[in-house]
Design a protein around this ligand. Structure first.
Ligand SMILES: [Zn+2]
Ligand SMILES: [Zn+2]
Ligand SMILES: [Zn+2]
Length: 291
């Protein structure tokens, strides 16, 4: 199966929206893999991790048809990972007969498979408020179902088994509601840990029970800040060494860094070879992995 990164930046993107520092300027000048949009990923044929604001543009750029999407795992409600706006456009008024007459008004005129959204209580509440409470839609008319995930409660969504993990990442009112996911799919095991901060002890206890074909871990602040809510390259390398020590990476597994800010992660073409020497793959937008 193919795992493809559609975005690999942190919230402010890379180059940062409003910054002209050296890294941001270099990224604009050189383009290509140095340009990062907000983090999200696609697993063929129908699974996504996070739903960032640029996702439709990125999907078109990389040849992915998002109308195939059936299972969406959302890590948390921060705007760089979860964009509510496009979901309302899934609504199909059941009173409209198909094919539609020319005076019919709707954003969708074709059937869709049900989209199962797995997320924490804030993600589920935001979708329910936006689609059901405020707009008066029925979720089935948006071809959607919500599945509230609780930390460490193992469950399944279609072909994927999953364990939500408690991230060390403030989401709302100082609460650590953000989730990371372990996914079990087609005999493969994937860890998706953005935004995570250094692993909480109870979270690492669960992570270490499995061996991974792919681990995606944030390197957010690069050579910069030491924060609780986000990792930098020092913590990323420490995580990689810990995974190696504990034998968590299967032979041939990729340990990938994503969710990078320009402040202070160097541009991709400078940092990728440096981290590759240490065994860490720096992801870039559009990067495909066969796992
Ligand atoms: Zn983020
Ligand atoms: Zn900058
Ligand atoms: Zn966040």
């Amino acid at each position: 199966m193919i795992f493809q990164f559609l975005g690999t930046s942190a919230g402010e993107q890379y180059p940062a929206f409003w910054c002209r520092c050296e890294n941001c300027r270099k990224a604009r000048e050189r383009g290509g893999r140095n340009i990062r949009k907000n983090s999200c990923a696609w697993i063929s044929p129908n699974i996504m991790l996070d739903f960032s604001p640029d996702v439709f543009t990125q999907a078109e750029k990389f040849g992915i048809d998002l109308t195939d999407l059936e299972y969406l795992f959302v890590t948390h409600s921060h705007g760089d990972h979860f964009n509510l706006f496009p979901f309302g456009w899934r609504y199909l008024n059941p009173k409209i007969a198909l094919p539609p007459s020319k005076d019919a008004v709707a954003a969708r005129f074709t059937p869709l498979k049900t989209l199962h959204v797995v997320g924490n209580h804030l993600v589920c509440r935001a979708l329910d408020e936006r689609l059901v409470q405020k707009t008066g839609f029925k979720l089935e008319d948006c071809a959607m179902r919500l599945h509230q995930a609780e930390p460490f409660r193992e469950n399944t969504a279609g072909p994927a088994g999953y364990i939500p993990l408690r991230a060390n990442h403030m989401e709302h009112n100082g609460e650590k509601d953000a989730l990371n996911y372990i996914l079990f799919l087609n005999g493969k095991t994937i860890l998706y840990a953005l935004d995570t901060g250094w692993f909480l002890p109870e979270t690492y206890e669960v992570i270490r029970r499995f061996q991974y074909d792919l681990a995606v871990v944030e390197g957010t602040f690069g050579y910069g800040a030491e924060w609780e809510s986000h990792m930098n390259f020092r913590k990323l390398e420490e995580a990689f060494l810990l995974f190696k020590k504990d034998g968590l990476l299967k032979p041939g597994a990729s340990f990938c860094a994503s969710h990078l800010t320009p402040h202070f992660s160097p541009i991709h073409e400078e940092i990728a070879p440096v981290l590759a020497d240490k065994g860490i793959t720096v992801a870039y937008d559009g990067m495909k992995l066969e796992i």
